[in-house]
Ligand binder design. Structure first.
Ligand SMILES: [Zn+2]
Length: 417
């Protein structure tokens, strides 16, 4: 899609969006003359969406609505997102282009929440369109606790497991607790399909080590649908025809320099039932302009959530930076991180009794970042209780970052158990 075509799609969408009560006053005189003019439009925040939910973002001209979703996580009025039949059709066609391809006769176990959330439904539809079979093993119900999922994976010869990345590690742990080897006892499994949280290359490598199958990622959000999927070379590429993205400095005005990390801002280029115009996703991303072996000109690394990032002495630790440090340790599965008195603490559950962290490694990290830093190996079960396999599996969204108070209390618990 060249710049002129993109500008023309953008102007069409802006004209359409302007017929909603929310966008009516925010959008400038149209049409925009260049793509750069998009900067005249104010950034849309999650709070804007919340205040105008459930109907304020619907354009007059919207197609009939087919599906309703809510964006998760926050208190107060929920963020309402609607999808038309055309939207859903387009999203499932896009997901179908992912690098490992859903196939006829695939048996895909979907381990995402179904109620009000989008990704399970998107994948569900994609798999069925490709003539595959879905096993809807919702992650937030008591009907399918972890041991039941392990049983389904084995007895149904599931070929693809779709879940968030932490869930795939938890499932492996439960399989091992039942004396199964994730690598050899699930011979039908050919891929793991992740979504719902940023996937770093370090965690991808961990999951591939555990399960012995490739991991492919899907990046998107309730508000905009799937925005990028991994190609066969496991690089995230944008659906250029459907989205215009900006990667901005914290001032939300200036584009970052090539290769720098910045705030991802997304604009839908299709007439979605709920159009997103300059939506601040809350994710920090890095664009790689080296051509990918698949032929795509650039790929994206999602670095983590902006509001979770820890800052110590101006050094920022996003999910990527933290997992990079953890990737060199003998235990990498279950961890949490926090700061206390301007000191960074990595708390990591041991995987075996022999696990150790070398002083040399900690000293290297301290010197690299010029901060106080400790890596504390904890007994298995300190962060994630295995006794109740139900609650282990029912944990809601993964939480990797502790507040300062939680860090202090965990430190006290370790010192005086
Ligand atoms: Zn590629």
């Amino acid at each position: 899609m060249d710049a002129q075509e993109k500008l023309s799609s953008l102007n069409d969408v802006l004209k359409y969006a302007k017929t909603s009560t929310f966008y009516a006053k925010r959008l400038p005189h149209l049409p925009l003359r260049t793509l750069a003019d998009i900067k005249q439009i104010p950034i849309t925040t999650k709070n804007d969406l919340r205040q105008h939910s459930p109907f304020g973002l619907l354009p007059n001209a919207a197609e009939s609505l087919a599906q309703y979703h809510e964006s998760s996580g926050t208190t107060g009025r929920p963020v309402a997102i609607w999808y038309s039949e055309t939207d859903l059709d387009e999203i499932s066609n896009q997901i179908a282009t992912n690098g490992f391809k859903f196939k006829e006769k695939d048996i895909v176990l979907i381990r995402f929440p179904y109620a009000l959330s989008t990704i399970s439904h998107f994948i569900h539809q994609t798999v069925q369109k490709q003539n595959g079979c879905v096993v809807p093993a919702d992650s937030r119900t008591t009907v399918t606790p972890m041991p039941k999922v392990i049983d389904l994976l084995q007895t149904l010869h599931v070929t693809v497991l779709a879940c968030n990345s932490l869930q795939s590690i938890m499932l492996a742990e439960v399989a091992e607790m039942n004396n199964l080897n994730p690598k050899t006892d699930f011979p039908a499994l050919r891929a793991i399909y992740t979504a719902g949280e940023p996937l770093t290359p370090f965690r991808r490598a961990l999951i591939e080590d555990i399960w012995g199958v490739p991991v492919f990622d899907n990046y998107g959000m309730t508000e905009a649908g799937t925005i990028m999927v991994d190609c066969s070379f496991q690089q995230l590429h944008l659906f250029e025809e459907c989205f215009h993205v900006e990667v901005l400095e914290d001032d939300l005005q200036t584009a970052v320099k090539d290769g720098d990390c910045g705030n991802l801002v997304v604009t839908t280029l299709r007439k979605r039932a709920t159009p997103m115009i300059r939506y601040l996703t809350g994710d920090i991303v890095q664009v790689n302009h080296h051509p990918c072996s698949c032929g795509s000109g650039c790929s994206y690394q999602i670095r983590g959530r902006k509001d979770e990032m820890l800052t110590i002495n101006t050094v920022r630790f996003d999910l990527y930076a933290i997992e990079k440090m953890i990737s060199r340790l003998p235990a990498r599965r279950f961890w949490t991180v926090g700061k206390w008195n301007n000191h960074l603490y990595l708390f990591i559950e041991k995987e075996s009794d022999h696990d150790m962290v070398s002083n040399e490694y900690v000293e290297t990290l301290k010197a690299t970042f010029e901060i106080g830093l400790s890596i504390l190996l904890l007994e298995k079960g300190t962060l994630y209780d295995r006794h109740e396999s139900l609650s282990f599996g029912m944990k809601a969204k993964p939480r990797y970052y502790l507040t300062d108070q939680e860090t202090e209390s965990l430190l006290k618990q370790i010192i005086n158990p």
